[in-house]
Design a protein around this ligand. Sequence first.
Ligand SMILES: Cc1cc2nc3c(=O)[nH]c(=O)nc-3n(C[C@H](O)[C@H](O)[C@H](O)COP(=O)(O)OP(=O)(O)OC[C@H]3O[C@@H](n4cnc5c(N)ncnc54)[C@H](O)[C@@H]3O)c2cc1C
Length: 449
Amino acid sequence: MPGRVRTAIIGGGMAGCAAARELVKAGREVVLFEAADGLGGRARSWHRPEIEPDVGINLMYVSFYRLMSEQIREYGLEDQLMKISSTVYISDHGKPVGLSSDSPASLLSYRHVPLRDRIAFLINTLREVSRRKHFDLFDPLRSAPHDDGTTATAYGHSRMSKRAFDYLLRPQIEGFWNFACEDIASVHARALLAWMGGSNFYVLRNGMETLAERNAEGADLRLSHEVTDIRSEGGKIHITASDADGQPVTEIVDDLVVATPAPIAAKLTASLGPDIVNGQTRKFLETQEYEPALSVTYLVDAGSLPSEAHIVAGGPEDPPLRNMITYPRQVRDEHGRPKDKLLVFAYPGRANTRRLLGRPTEEQFAAVTPLLKTLWPDFPADPEPFHIAERPYGFPIPAPGRYRMSAELTRRQAPPVTFAGDYFNSPTTEAAMLSGVRAAASLRGVSPS
Ligand SMILES: Cc1cc2nc3c(=O)[nH]c(=O)nc-3n(C[C@H](O)[C@H](O)[C@H](O)COP(=O)(O)OP(=O)(O)OC[C@H]3O[C@@H](n4cnc5c(N)ncnc54)[C@H](O)[C@@H]3O)c2cc1C
């Protein structure tokens, strides 16, 4: 009797773990290599015992994430969902004004943009909402036909006043992802407009990695194993990784899903021939650019800022500080009594992020602390520096034309090596998971639907 098919997955982020779930369900023996000491990748929270709940960088799940909604129901995780506010405060040179994504009334009272421009924006949004089924923030097969080579900025300028674009649409895109609207495909903006209105936002109580961990159940996990080499020999794939002690280990498998960020995937598969990774795929991987992310966290007294607020810089410039998100937490005072605090995540703009990445923590806090008032003028004078997290591959940039390339690749992926990651569409956990499901299906010879 032939043995079970043995499949490796490299990368235990949302994409790799979603692929693991599909392949385990299909009866395969799955070995998952993850360089970090836990699953979740960029969606993995940090945890600190001084705060309650102890979670930091808790990614948002939005009610129109279809796959994730299904899995939350299937795993019975509904009681872990914590609803958060959908209000974004958009700041014009230090003057923040609230805008709720589920309230046209809030748009009509939004002071940064003249009334006639707000009405034009609302009409345009309703038009995109009515065409919702044509747009998708997660699925390249649906986005590709609308990826006409134009940028989000060109789209915005053709549909609304410059002021409305810079203070209504641009901050909602750049405040989530930090890339410039000049660099991304118009269809990304259209999909966001079509789906964002009326959505609810949640976090999972113990962090988004909860889902990655559930999805990877049944796979043979090799945590703290950084893959360093992949070769094809005698019809098998040989994978070499460096284990937690820096010792090389080699596994031989029948086939493979590579679910790392694109530049790492390109490097790891460099020695595979064009019969395994064709020129088009290689180009897709090698040309993917990323906007890095630097998350600088402070503790401040509750009440000094709105809670669960997303505060974003408006305007066309790359601001010194791009956005802040606040979450309620409790800390114990010196007598062990609980005290209400806010955990504030601050994200510098593009130039500052690049300048500060990899610098010593004290230097990063010293550079960001004076910028906090640029978004919220009444920011408390004595924030307590708390935690810093860096994501060098923060947000893959969905440049014009990439959705078309991605759709073509999605249709043509084939064994023995397939690829997965959020770079197949938008930088969201949902897009990452869909790419993982698709990469697993392609490995089994099933066409994407
Ligand atoms: C600051 C920030 C905030 C975000 N907020 C949200 C949000 O609120 N909501 C949302 O939906 N999305 C959000 N995102 C986007 C989301 O995090 C990503 O789209 C998603 O997590 C990407 O998953 P992935 O599996 O494609 O990649 P990754 O998460 O990058 O997973 C790749 C994995 O591969 C591993 N790896 C790399 N090299 C190797 C190697 N050589 N050997 C073994 N393993 C390796 C990495 O350690 C990693 O675990 C945010 C992203 C950032 C940076």
